[in-house]
Design a protein around this ligand. Structure first.
Ligand SMILES: NC(=O)c1ccc[n+]([C@@H]2O[C@H](COP(=O)([O-])OP(=O)(O)OC[C@H]3O[C@@H](n4cnc5c(N)ncnc54)[C@H](O)[C@@H]3O)[C@@H](O)[C@H]2O)c1
Length: 331
């Protein structure tokens, strides 16, 4: 039997632990972790029965890795990804790709030359309702998309009680609603209708206690010819994502919280719903892990490329600049 691919999860905090568990659940890999936090290392090692390194350089030197899942705060993503590539591994990089463009062109170049499989972990790409809605829109049945509206949010203190103690507290470590949450939505929509070409962003800290970064964002954008509006908060009660795309011959709706996508053609009065069998959050991360492993085997995957991640990073940076200058930005 051929040897299973080896995956190193760098940073075993909230999302790193989930990646580690979900890669392990694929049954297709050997997994190890790396984290600087001793108590966390001990818990991860005993819970999952995996080796956990205390130092990234030592982990990279310890053996050859097929892939490194980069789950440290975003200001470390570019450097840690380059180190993984230099050690001969591919990378699956958590979102956002980075917090600035520094080193990103080099990362794209090195990744392309490496021949290793590299992707960004924008998890919306493995949501079956997003995939189906995208496939339907790209089939052309509704004609060209012309306008879209996305409203989303959640009560962050409920979902991430530790938000005051993590990367979220500072823009410099990838924090705030724009880099932390809006980036998922922008990347998903860019994947469906194409890149943002212009935007105006208004954002503010409205409510979340113990932080000063923005928790509320409104964006008016153009994705080429498609006009778009985004509204999200991280203090609202409902945990919801509603995307409406209006095209030449009808409309498409995705309700992420209901795991459904729907179509209404011009002249119709009701949505035709397509309901997906219910999935838990880990199911999505297992699907993402399987997609990454497919990529390692040279198969096509729906995952975000590093180039797409870099485009969404440009949008994050433009959105932050638009907020600070109160000006629209052309990308
Ligand atoms: N896709 C998603 O749904 C999702 C959800 C949460 C976070 N994220 C992203 O994942 C990344 C991590 O977020 P998180 O919530 O897991 O943060 P976290 O603070 O819970 O975990 C980060 C971990 O990295 C470790 N670490 C930091 N520097 C290190 C180093 N040099 N070497 C080894 N370990 C190091 C820390 O000890 C910590 O355990 C961020 O980029 C974040 O935006 C994505």
């Amino acid at each position: 039997m051929s040897q299973l691919p080896s995956i190193l999860v760098l940073g075993c905090g909230s999302i790193g632990e989930r990646h580690l568990r979900c890669f392990q659940k694929t049954g297709r890999v050997t997994v190890a972790g790396c984290d600087t936090n001793p108590a966390l290392r001990e818990r991860i090692a005993s819970t999952y029965g995996v080796p956990v390194f205390d130092d990234y350089a030592s982990a990279l030197n310890a053996q050859a890795w097929d892939g490194v899942v980069v789950c440290v705060p975003a200001n470390l993503h570019t450097r840690c990804s380059l180190e993984a590539l230099a050690a001969g591994a591919g990378v699956l990089i958590e979102k956002p790709l980075a917090i600035s463009m520094e080193g990103v062109d080099r990362l794209i170049e090195v990744a392309a030359r490496s021949g290793r499989y590299c992707a960004v972990a924008y998890v919306f790409h493995v949501m079956p309702w997003m995939q189906a809605a995208r496939d339907f829109l790209l089939s052309g049945e509704l004609g060209r998309p012309l306008h879209l509206a996305l409203t989303a949010g959640q009560h962050f203190p409920t979902f991430r009680p530790a938000y005051r103690e993590i990367y979220y507290t500072k823009h410099e470590t990838g924090g705030g609603a724009i880099q932390d949450a809006l980036t998922h939505l922008i990347n998903a929509v860019e994947w469906i209708v194409g890149p943002v070409t212009r935007l105006y962003c208004d954002a503010s800290h409205q409510m979340l206690e113990g932080v000063t970064v923005e928790d509320t964002v409104n964006v008016s954008a153009r994705h080429g010819d498609v006009l778009a509006s985004y509204a999200m908060t991280q203090f609202q009660a409902p945990s919801e994502v509603t995307l409406l795309i209006h095209a030449e011959r009808g409309s498409l709706r995705v309700l992420g919280h209901k795991q459904t996508w729907s179509v209404m053609r011009h002249g119709e009065q009701e949505w035709t719903d397509h309901v997906i069998a219910p999935l838990e959050r880990d199911d999505l991360f297992i699907a993402q892990a399987n997609a990454y492993l497919d990529g390692l085997e040279g198969k096509p995957t729906p995952l975000s490329t590093i180039e797409e991640g870099a485009q969404t990073l440009r949008v994050n940076i433009a959105a932050l600049r638009s907020v600070s200058t109160a000006q629209p930005i052309t990308l």
